[in-house]
Design a protein around this ligand. Sequence first.
Ligand code: HEC
Length: 146
Amino acid sequence: MRFAAKAIILGLTLTAGAALAKEGVEDPTVKARMDVMGIVGASTKVLGDMAQGKAAFDASAAAAAQTALAAAAAEIPAVFEEEADDPVSEARPDIWMNMEGFVEKAKAMEGAANAIDVTSLEGIQAGMGPLAASCKSCHSDFRAKK
Ligand code: HEC
């Protein structure tokens, strides 16, 4: 299980083409979850830039971003399973006191990502609101504002 999760994360990280965790993170468990969240951030930006007209609509890039978002969302429970800390982490201890609630928010994000119609610009524009709301909902409960 742990190996499978790591293999998927590695695959996602390679797809994204970069190490995405914050500078200076040392704990490998924290780094792995930041990398997953970094993929979420990068994929959301791909869709957000198209939605706002900062990038041209590209159906295959949009579909790839959606796939990466859904895959990363599905990885969230595994990469946050083990409680770990690092000076640069923004994860709140509330995660490990309420894992069920946390996982529910990851599922909601997966649903919001999968619900986006990535075959048209209008579809992406319509889907960004619910997607962003799913990020905010988890961050406001489980991510510290530092
Ligand atoms: C299930 C909860 C949850 C959801 C849903 C979620 N996040 Fe996060 N996110 C977190 C937590 C917790 C952290 C802090 C992790 C840490 O610092 O250890 C984080 C950190 C991040 C980071 C910083 C990564 C880093 O390198 O430190 C980015 C960027 C991010 N989230 C983007 C998003 C976006 C965009 C979405 C929605 C598409 C989203 N997140 C949805 C829980 C969530």
